[in-house]
Write a protein that binds this ligand. Structure first.
Ligand code: NAP
Length: 495
């Protein structure tokens, strides 16, 4: 049955009487990892009530004091880094070095946000009237719902929650059902750091029950959601009914463009990491490789040759390059796209479920490459697995046209030694992130993260702008003239 976890509400772990449970399994071998409460709308109601109750005192606490608690959380995550990384690998399947990176991203961002406790800057702005002082201050929104996916099961919750907490909000966190133990361990670490009761609450259960109830609750003023487009759109529409702020971070179909002057061996390592890191299950994964015709055959040959020795297997083994995909559902969906690819494109490598020995116990798919033309479904839809579409183009203009002609706009990359072309690409590529001579993955917490088109609705996580979604700006006018002054009227006495 694995480790049993309850809900965390108002500072207590609890299992409601008669609660139904669900489990998570290790995608490497299908062994049980954890057992969790299938939360109900009544559980959400109690969690939101606890967050609302804790809000006034948390909001009143000076932001640097909240920052000290964040720093303690970062220290606790650092102490538990290896233990947590192993839980990430066990429950989600990413290789251990990437799991350590997942936890490190949590630590980096919590530390970064702790510093925000000593900034949280507003502006001072001149008044049009004499003896009047104008400024803005940031205020928290209240109760925030954080709904997260399974692919970065510690980093994404911590990105959202650290920014929400430092700005004085309280939180109800619903993790992806597939990685609920990672979610529970994240919450336990914050609890150990001394977060006051009710400031962070945790409700496990399905998106359609727990997620729905959170989005519908009128006390929840902001919903921060990361996941697929379908669920994101649904959350957006339902959040709009309550006139809530809904922040969406959704999918991607990220291109690497390789120009004729690219450093091919540098690009080879980058494309392999971008396409097959985390078994292709990153929102920023390289899922399209756009090759200039002058290097197309040579580079594809290099890629196919390296793939023959690409180690797929036990994600805890440091020699492994790619572990399993995260779940039976993921495996089924990816294999369906591979079957489609075999009809509409030319399979060049992989294209199958791996079988035999330890592979039979888990969800292993061979790293897959299709040579295809622009416009096929596999080259335009997010697959979210280890499947790379290779596209041939004549020149830079066609490369950019192909790169931009998808519904998503998260990450993008170009390999070139021509500095002018690199800067041109920064301008031309329709994406929230552009890498030069590096793959489409590799975000750093001090920079904004997010995309355009169907990747989201305009907000950004990480970086200093991360606090925007969690704060209201209040404008303050201080009139020390001791008389009534009328803006726009006193300034134009003649009419
Ligand atoms: P998902 O199925 O959309 O689920 C994401 C979260 O939403 C889960 O916690 C899920 O709960 C919940 N949920 C599902 N339906 C819901 C609903 N109707 N109302 C409220 N909540 C609902 O996505 P996923 O499979 O976990 O993650 C993969 C997707 O996330 C990919 O498209 C990927 O590109 C995207 N992603 C984007 C970013 C980014 O920053 N742009 C980062 C990482 C991942 P259950 O788990 O219980 O279903």
């Amino acid at each position: 049955m694995g480790q049993e976890c309850g809900l965390f509400i108002g500072g207590h772990w609890e299992t409601p009487a008669g609660a139904k449970r669900f489990s998570t399994i290790n995608p490497t071998n299908r062994e049980a990892v954890g057992s969790f409460v299938a939360g109900t709308p009544a559980d959400v109601d109690r969690a939101v009530a606890a967050a609302a109750k804790a809000f006034p005192a948390w909001k009143e606490m000076p932001a640097p004091e909240r920052g000290a608690i964040l720093l303690e959380a970062a220290r606790r995550f650092t102490q538990r880094k290896e233990e947590l990384a192993r839980i990430v690998t066990r429950e989600m399947g990413k290789i251990i070095s990437e799991a350590r990176g997942d936890v490190q991203e949590s630590i980096d961002f919590i530390e970064y946000m702790a510093g925000e406790g000593r900034r949280l800057a507003g502006e001072t702005i001149p008044s049009e009237l004499r003896a009047k002082f104008c400024l803005t201050v940031r205020q928290p929104k209240g109760v925030v719902a954080c709904i997260t996916p399974w692919n970065f099961p510690t980093a994404i919750p911590n990105w959202k929650m650290a920014a929400a907490l430092i700005t004085g909000n309280t939180v109800v966190f619903k993790p992806a059902s597939n990685t609920a133990l990672c979610g529970a361990e994240v919450v336990r670490t914050w609890e150990q750091a001394g977060l006051p009761p009710g400031v962070m609450n945790f409700v496990t259960g399905s998106g359609s029950v727990v997620g729905d109830a959170l989005v519908a609750d009128p006390r929840v003023r902001t919903v921060s959601f990361t996941g697929g487009v379908e669920a994101g759109r649904d959350v957006y529409v339902r959040g709009a009914q309550g006139l809530k702020m809904v922040h969406l971070e959704l999918g991607g179909k990220n291109p690497v463009i390789l120009m004729e002057d690219a450093d091919l061996s540098l690009a080879l390592d980058g494309v392999l990491f971008g396409a097959f890191g985390t078994s292709g299950q990153r929102c920023t994964a390289t899922s399209r490789l756009i090759l200039h015709e002058k290097v197309h055959d040579e580079f594809l040959g290099m890629l196919l040759e390296r793939l023959q020795r690409f180690p797929v297997g036990d994600p805890l083994d440091p020699a492994t390059g790619m572990g399993p995909v995260a779940s039976a559902d993921q495996e089924e969906k990816i294999l369906a796209y591979i079957a489609l690819g075999k009809k509409e494109a030319k399979l060049r490598s992989g294209g199958e479920k791996l079988r035999g020995g330890a592979y039979d116990r888990g969800f292993f798919i061979a790293p897959t490459i299709f040579e295809t033309r622009h416009g096929t479904r596999i080259s335009k839809e997010e697959i979210f697995g280890p499947v790379l579409s290779v596209l041939r183009v004549r020149d830079y203009a066609e490369a950019v046209r192909v790169a931009n002609d998808v519904d998503y706009g998260l990450s993008s990359s170009i390999y070139t030694r021509d500095v002018n072309r690199a800067f041109q690409a920064i301008q031309d590529l329709e994406a929230g992130i552009t890498y030069i001579n590096a793959p489409t993955i590799g975000a750093e917490v001090q920079l904004p993260f997010g995309g355009i088109k169907n990747t989201g609705n305009g907000g950004r996580e990480a970086g200093s702008v991360a606090i925007e979604e969690f704060t209201e700006i209040k404008s303050v006018f201080v009139d020390f003239s001791s008389k009534l002054q009328k803006a726009q009227i006193d300034t134009h006495p003649g009419g």
